[in-house]
Design a protein around this ligand. Structure first.
Ligand code: DQA
Length: 147
């Protein structure tokens, strides 16, 4: 059974209530269900993990490093300076996609840099919860390309 890691960082556990005008009204459970639906096309499963702390996110990557075939990662504000998260992802060899619900490029300057983007297979930005579905489709596509 192939398993995909859905990893969400700080403040993403309160999606639905958090600034819905920016992040939408869908909850993290809604998003996890949507990703699971996409993955079920190939019989893949999803393990959904959210932490507010960087250390816990690093631990989750280590724990699932050898047992997952890919990952979808929304680092939240850790995109800006989450160097430990970045290093953990550097040690994660399956393909993974960075997702941001909001269009970070259209927001404050401090959101314009991501320390993890350089390592990602791709980045989906500004398409709300639908971006996670696109990331799921991208992982399926990338794995179909892998011999
Ligand atoms: C976010 C964008 C980040 O700048 C912000 O800190 C978040 C959410 C997004 O999904 O749009 O927490 O990653």
């Amino acid at each position: 059974m192939s398993v995909v890691l859905l990893l969400n960082g700080p403040n993403l556990g309160i999606l639905g209530q958090r600034e819905p005008e920016i992040y939408g009204t869908e909850t993290l459970d809604d998003i996890a269900n949507a990703v699971a639906e996409e993955m079920s096309v190939r019989g893949w499963e999803v393990v959904s993990i959210q932490h507010d702390g960087e250390g816990e996110l690093v631990g989750a990557i280590h724990k699932h490093r050898d047992t997952t075939v890919g990952a979808i990662v929304n680092p939240g504000a850790l995109m800006i300076a989450g160097w430990s998260l970045r290093d953990a992802l550097a040690s994660y060899s399956p393909p993974w996609v960075e997702v941001h619900l909001s269009n970070v490029w259209a927001r404050e300057q401090f959101r314009h840099d991501s320390v993890i983007a350089l390592l990602a297979s791709g980045v989906v930005v500004g398409l709300g919860a639908f971006g996670y579905r696109l990331a799921a489709k991208a992982l399926l596509h990338l794995s179909a390309e892998t011999p």
